[in-house]
Design a protein around this ligand. Structure first.
Ligand code: CP
Ligand code: NVA
Length: 314
């Protein structure tokens, strides 16, 4: 039986990392580290708790890690594949929320429209965790920076450079970097920059931590001196029709061995996965010694277990 008293988060939901303070993120990391180090000691923290997982989009990592994660803690998950009938089309989001809260103790939602996550959160009394929306991917960014913290001890003052599309992964990476005092450079082709509101709010948050936020267009200039280079797919789920067009537009934004050489010699390569070798990253970089992609994927489990405990064990 677990004898540890875990800290809780003073929020009902995890919709965006922008809603967390730097101290709260560090507390998630401390909980994740304990759960990772002593898995078997904490296998009853969420005994008999139930997690609903509503996914409008495909998933390997998010689905497996939440499913295995809640089981590790003594609870269980129910998965609802909603790809064919989007949440809110058969019945209102509010009614889905009001039903689910009667049967389960928390919800993980992976949606197209970000509003579906916020509406679910608004209409039910139980925690709602954003498992990726078109706008944000908070669990990913927490795992990204937990992994960097493991590697470096602290991310404060380190330089993370994201090269590619200014998408959901990119937005949550920005949100998290500035809260932790890591410098973040985003390098995209013109027209594919991250959302201006996300960038502006990050710049305000960065004033408290000394983080720098840079938006650039030239990858070779952007990665200079970087301690980590991050990329993601050029066409996200829901943008399948744009795959070919984007392949042309993003051609010069591939993370290859030449680009890695312009960063710090010990720079890490990061990707949320799934990856497309030969597109946003070469096989050599993806499978090379600087790549930490599978460490990040592993840590999705530990970080999300921490989030579950800190939201549900109240
Ligand atoms: N990185 C990530 O969220 O992976 P999945 O889409 O497989 O869940
Ligand atoms: N940007 C990607 C992330 C997948 C984990 C997508 O939304 O498809």
């Amino acid at each position: 039986m677990s004898t540890t008293t875990f800290e809780t988060l003073p929020h009902k939901d995890l919709v965006s990392v922008a809603n967390l303070t730097g101290a709260e993120i560090q507390s998630v990391f401390a909980t994740a580290a304990e759960l990772k180090a002593n898995r078997d000691e904490h296998n009853d923290v969420l005994r008999n708790k139930r997690l609903a997982m509503i996914f409008e989009k495909d998933s390997l990592r998010t689905r497996f890690t939440f499913d295995v994660g809640i089981a590790d803690l003594g609870g269980m998950a129910v998965f609802m594949d909603h790809r064919d009938a989007k949440i809110g089309s058969r019945e209102s989001i509010k009614d889905v929320a009001r039903n689910l809260e009667r049967w389960v103790d928390a919800i993980v939602a992976r949606t197209f429209k970000h509003r579906v996550v916020t509406e679910l959160a608004k209409h039910c009394s139980i925690p709602v965790i954003n498992g990726l929306s078109d706008s944000l991917h908070p669990c990913q960014a927490l795992s990204d920076f937990f992994t960097l913290t493991e590697k470096w001890g602290s991310v404060r003052g380190k330089r993370v450079c994201y090269v590619g599309d200014g998408n959901n992964t990119c937005h949550s990476l920005i949100n998290t970097a500035v809260k932790l005092g890591a410098h973040i450079t985003i390098c995209t082709p013109e027209g594919y920059e991250p959302n201006a509101k996300v960038v502006n709010e990050a710049m305000i948050a960065a004033r408290d931590t000394g983080a720098e936020v840079r938006i650039m267009e030239d990858p070779r200039e952007a990665v200079e001196g970087a301690d980590a280079i991050y990329t993601d797919v050029w066409a996200s789920m829901g943008q399948e029709d744009e795959v070919e067009e984007r392949a042309g537009i993003f051609h010069d934004y591939q993370v290859d061995e030449g680009l890695m050489e312009l960063a710090d010699p010990s720079a890490l390569f990061m990707h949320c996965l799934p990856a497309h070798r030969g597109h946003e990253v070469t096989a050599g970089v993806m499978d090379g010694p600087q790549s930490v992609v599978y460490d990040i994927a592993e840590n999705r489990l530990h970080v999300q277990k921490a989030v579950l405990v800190m939201l549900m064990a109240k």
